[in-house]
Design a protein around this ligand. Structure first.
Ligand SMILES: [Zn+2]
Length: 496
């Protein structure tokens, strides 16, 4: 018992450091003035080092190791905590310190190198950094699991239980079932609402609409708030402090609306985690994929439904009477679901989005297995864009250089985006057995949906694995058929 208490105390201390770093991070992402960053980086460096010293201290290691060697004597949820702690520890302590430091420095530098390369459309300038990042990722994965394919180790890091076996099956299925359908949709005319979509919308009024959305989704503002930032994100330290951001683009009002709804999905998940898990390693959402399933469910299944706009167009029209003169709910529904072969992932619609992820998975898999060299990446990227969406980027800035992830060392992260959408569809087909979703949305009763999500998913925090959750809620393992069925049903209604 003494050991358990020690484990708790040490984790709490680390949590305190993380809390401080996190609050500063929120401030950096939202309100901090530009020139505050130099001093801030220095201060944060000191606090982060303190935290790291605690994490890898001999004392903490011996506590975790001893608990781990007696793991069978604990109840399920504590077993899961110990396993998590042990895994996190093993990921770091097997890396030689000089390599760890070298990698951190590489990542710091790569951020700027990537930004410049993207701005100047100069892939050559970034390629060596990318190659080094890949090598480090491979090496570190092998330190952790010497006998496992490094990419499998990374995939499992971002989504517990996933490997190339599951993802291959998933993406092969999408390639076979979805690509032909996407191509068919892309042949349809779809610029009917372009003027309405890209009209000028006062950012102040956009903000008013986003505040209205907070009420629609029944987000608890005693335990959270919304601000603006360049890249929308959700932030939390506990279920009682969950914040998110959106952004306001004058000529693209849907950006603020759907970023807000998306982040509300993440934020509601975090708010509804049971406070019983406070102070344990089981608080917070269970995985990237499950998190993304909640945000995309809110954004696409609820926010981009006809029922939603039948109820909420009225408010939108009140704020923007000029721009919406001839717009009826069905027009809004069609406009927010416009499909187009975009070159850029973050601008992609719900239907073409998985194509962008499939392409990144194909490339990461090849990179990590040494089946393609960084020299051939732009060509491979453009060929795959052509194959999946029938468009070719004419610059690497809109091609291989577009995302921040690889420069930040996040290899294996991308697939969780598509997986989250697919989880969301599987959950949707279960939910409609219990709830009349359209009616609930029309009646503006999101609290009913929130309650369902809370009881089935949110309240468990990370005490259950993604696999366990999915089986318990939907009665079966992950099945991509639901995703394809959902997309084909929805977009057939709109386009055919
Ligand atoms: Zn998200």
């Amino acid at each position: 018992m003494q050991l358990v208490n020690k484990f708790r105390d040490m984790n709490k201390k680390m949590e305190a450091y993380n809390y401080v770093l996190s609050i500063v991070g929120w401030d950096s992402g939202t309100e901090a003035p530009r020139k505050s960053f130099r001093r801030r980086a220095e201060m944060l460096g000191i606090v982060s080092r303190e935290l790291f010293t605690l994490q890898v201290s001999k004392e903490y290691q011996s506590v975790v190791e001893e608990l781990y060697s007696n793991i069978d004597t604990f109840d399920d949820s504590f077993q899961r905590e110990v396993r998590k702690a042990n895994k996190e520890l093993k990921k770091i302590i097997n890396i030689p310190e000089d390599e760890f430091v070298e990698y951190q420095e590489l990542l710091q530098l790569s951020q700027q190198v990537w930004e410049d390369a993207k701005e100047n459309n100069n892939y050559e300038a970034f390629k060596n950094n990318l190659e080094k990042i890949i090598e480090f990722n491979k090496k570190f994965a092998l330190y952790y699991a010497p006998k496992r394919n490094p990419y499998d180790t990374l995939l499992d890091d971002y989504e517990e239980g996933m490997s190339t076996i599951e993802y291959d099956e998933f993406f092969n299925y999408l390639r076979k079932e979805l690509v032909p359908f996407v191509k068919k949709v892309l042949e349809e005319k779809n610029n009917e609402y372009d003027k309405f979509i890209n009209d000028s919308y006062d950012p102040k009024k956009q903000e008013e609409f986003c505040n209205y959305l907070i009420n629609v989704f029944k987000f608890d503002t005693d335990k959270g708030l919304m601000k603006k930032s360049v890249h929308p994100f959700t932030w939390n330290t506990s279920p009682e402090d969950v914040r998110f951001t959106t952004r306001y683009l004058e000529n693209y009002v849907f950006s603020s609306i759907f970023a807000a709804i998306h982040e509300l999905g993440h934020a509601t998940y975090e708010q509804q985690v049971s406070t019983d898990f406070d102070g344990t390693l089981l608080t917070g959402g269970t995985s990237m994929g499950v998190h993304e399933s909640q945000s995309r469910f809110y954004e696409n299944t609820v926010g981009r439904s006809l029922a939603f706009w039948e109820t909420h167009l009225k408010k939108f029209k009140e704020l923007f009477p000029e721009q919406t003169k001839n717009i009826e709910p069905i027009d809004m529904f069609k406009a927010v679901n416009k499909v187009e072969a975009s070159l850029v992932r973050v601008e992609a619609d719900e239907l073409t989005y998985p194509m962008h992820i499939m392409l990144r998975y194909d490339i990461e898999r090849k990179l990590m297995n040494g089946d393609v060299s960084v020299d051939d990446l732009p060509q491979l990227w453009n060929d795959l864009m052509d194959e999946y969406l029938g468009v070719r980027p004419n610059s690497d800035s809109d091609g291989v250089l577009q995302d921040v992830h690889w420069s930040a060392g996040l290899m294996g992260y991308f697939p969780t985006y598509a997986l989250g959408s697919a989880y969301s569809a599987q959950l949707y087909f279960t939910m409609i057995n219990d709830l009349d979703l359209d009616q609930i949305i029309t009646d503006n009763k999101m609290e009913i949906i929130n309650e369902w999500l809370k009881n089935k998913i949110h309240k468990y925090g990370s005490s259950k694995t993604p696999k366990e959750l999915l089986v318990e809620v939907t009665g079966e393992e992950f099945n991509p058929k639901y995703y394809v069925k959902y997309l084909i049903e929805k977009y057939s209604k709109i386009y055919f």
